[in-house]
Design a protein around this ligand. Structure first.
Ligand SMILES: CC(C)(COP(=O)(O)OP(=O)(O)OC[C@H]1O[C@@H](n2cnc3c(N)ncnc32)[C@H](O)[C@@H]1OP(=O)(O)O)[C@@H](O)C(=O)NCCC(=O)NCCS
Length: 178
């Protein structure tokens, strides 16, 4: 059988291949980095075991000073991810920045193009300084999480989160502000 999808590579990398990776950055064992030349890490960033930093051939993945990326987190930066300083990302959280284009409505005669084959649409995610993403939360394309905001465990964040706001649930709703 012919393979129809090509791998982006193994994800194994040399630190020196990253766009930026000061000596103070900790990358634990089994971290995978794709397109490392598009990945920029600032001082004192911590990346936990088995986290996956998926840079892309365009746009960048930037993680700001002293941010903490939990074990198994999945960051897909096709549309660009900008993480400010001292941001926490819980284990197994996911940040997505692309999706396949969907038909606007019902298509006469049906539309049989598999979603997987449709063009990709990209939208950047921004996590502002000091915010925190709970374990297993999913941040959808185009979302900005404001300064010092808290996203609850397992939340699915579909809209921007204002600064100093606590959200939880699927879809994420505001619990309170402070
Ligand atoms: C969202 C969160 C910050 C809320 O904390 P809090 O302000 O103390 O809120 P409370 O515990 O008083 O809960 C308020 C309400 O939200 C609900 N709630 C709390 N966390 C929730 C969550 N993750 N998902 C859905 N609902 C949640 C509670 O059941 C409660 O509902 P009720 O009023 O109907 O009883 C916290 O529960 C949470 O999920 N923290 C993330 C923890 C985490 O992932 N840490 C990472 C460590 S690396």
């Amino acid at each position: 059988m012919t393979a129809r999808f090509r791998s982006h590579g193994s994800g194994r990398f040399e630190r020196s291949a990253l766009g930026r990776c000061p000596d103070s950055v900790i990358l634990e064992e089994d971290v995978l980095v794709f397109h490392p030349e598009q990945v920029f890490l600032d001082e004192d960033v911590y990346v936990g075991h088995r986290a996956m930093l998926k840079g892309y051939y365009k746009n960048t993945l930037h993680i700001g000073r002293a941010s903490w990326i939990g074990q198994g987190a999945f960051l897909h930066a096709g549309g660009g991810i900008d993480i400010a300083e001292e941001v926490g990302i819980g284990p197994n959280a996911m940040i997505l920045t692309s999706h396949h284009e969907l038909p606007a409505g019902i298509v006469e005669g049906g539309d049989e193009i598999p979603i997987l084959r449709r063009p990709l649409r990209f939208a950047a995610v921004r996590l502002e300084a000091g915010c925190d993403i709970g374990v297993g939360a999913i941040i959808l394309p185009g979302v900005t999480v404001g300064k010092q905001a808290q996203v609850g465990a397992l939340a699915v964040v579909t809209h921007d989160v204002p600064p100093r706001t606590i959200v939880a649930g699927n879809p994420a709703r505001v619990l309170r502000q402070y």
